[in-house]
Design a protein around this ligand. Structure first.
Ligand code: SF4
Length: 345
């Protein structure tokens, strides 16, 4: 088991569930949009939010956001250790340092002292893309990432600073998996998992699911950040799906649906999307399985394991519980009727 680290009120690592982190993507010149995004992500279920600090004045945004949201805020610092000191002074709950661009021992020690005084954790976050040298083998790259982090941890530990989290992110699943496994064998600091530069939307989801899912299934990882070239709420949704798929966090009802075949006479893709939106808006927290199946012939039987479900005929639908039909309805009423039955459970 890893150590537990406090990020604001959020406990990370140890016996605590795997947490979900998000990133604010709005331009800082538009405070309204930034606050709106932060509130929206909080509603989606994010448990910690990161902000990239490009200029010292960005660190003042912590005060603005903290009036609007409850989740802890992390300042992502590169190149300038003074930005880290400023972020600590201005109320951020945690900071991330990149060992590849803030590496002067004295500077790192200053930051550690300031963080210690305020009881703020530091994430040592290394990305494979930050190396100038290229590595022809994933294992070599992963080992080098761990080596750099190990040396950096020594600087922090020398200052008697142990409120540490670590991330070792590769641009692909393989490097990420190897690096985090190597690290977890040697250290008990909580790991923040993520994959950088994941690529197009679908590719990003697949890489994150394999990379993060592979590690989480081995018990490695205390907090995850899914990075997608997509609006920030998708990152939270995908993170929640990854955790739910591994039974690590239950976040309300789970939809299972069939892939459809020639027996299906409705637009099942649209129906599943609409029902999913209804569930998201309702914020139901019950942990149950709802099946949405393309035909009445096989649907109820195929989805026997679901707590409740719907299956379709031509313009008609049935609702079933544990494989047994309990109600008939029309295709146009199915979203409302199925939701009513789900809410009763
Ligand atoms: Fe085809 Fe019906 Fe099975 Fe869906 S439930 S895949 S429509 S047989």
């Amino acid at each position: 088991m890893t150590r537990t680290v406090n990020l604001g009120n959020l406990k990370i690592g140890g016996k605590y569930p795997v947490r979900i982190k998000g990133m604010l993507k709005s331009p800082y010149s538009d405070i309204g949009a930034l606050v709106k995004e932060a509130k929206m992500l909080e509603k989606e279920g994010v448990e910690a939010l990161r902000m990239a600090i490009k200029e010292e004045q960005d660190t003042k945004l912590a005060a603005v956001l903290k009036k609007e949201i409850k989740v802890p805020l992390v300042a992502d610092i590169h190149f300038h250790y003074r930005f880290a000191l400023s972020a600590i002074d201005n109320g951020f709950d945690g900071i991330r340092l990149n060992p590849l661009n803030i590496s002067n021992k004295k500077e790192v020690a200053y930051v550690a002292c300031a963080a210690k005084e305020r009881r703020i954790p530091i994430r040592v976050g290394i990305n494979s893309g930050g190396f100038k040298k290229s590595f022809n083998e994933p294992r070599k790259m992963a080992k080098e990432m761990v080596r750099v982090v190990r040396d950096y941890l020594r600087i922090l530990e020398k200052e008697k600073f142990f409120d540490i989290m670590v991330s070792l992110k590769g641009a692909d699943a393989q490097v990420t998996i190897i690096a985090n496994r190597l690290f977890a064998k040697e250290f008990d600091y909580p790991l923040h998992l993520g994959i950088t530069a994941t690529g197009s939307f679908l590719n990003g989801i697949v890489k994150s699911s394999i990379g993060l899912g592979g590690l989480l299934s081995q018990g490695i990882g205390s907090i995850i950040r899914v990075s997608l070239t997509a609006p920030s709420y998708w990152e939270i949704r995908v993170a929640k799906y990854i955790l739910a798929a591994l039974d690590l966090r239950k976040q309300g009802p789970e939809i299972i649906s069939c892939p459809t075949c020639s027996r299906c006479e409705v637009d099942l893709i649209k129906i599943v999307d609409r029902f999913n939106e209804t569930l998201q808006k309702s914020q139901l927290k019950k942990s149950l399985r709802v099946a949405i199946m393309g035909c009445v012939v096989n649907g109820p039987g195929e989805a026997r394991a679901a707590d409740i479900g719907a299956a379709f005929g031509k313009k008609k639908a049935v609702i079933f519980k544990k494989g047994k039909i309990i109600k008939q309805t029309d295709e146009k009423n199915i979203i409302t009727d199925l939701f009513k039955e789900v809410a009763k459970l």
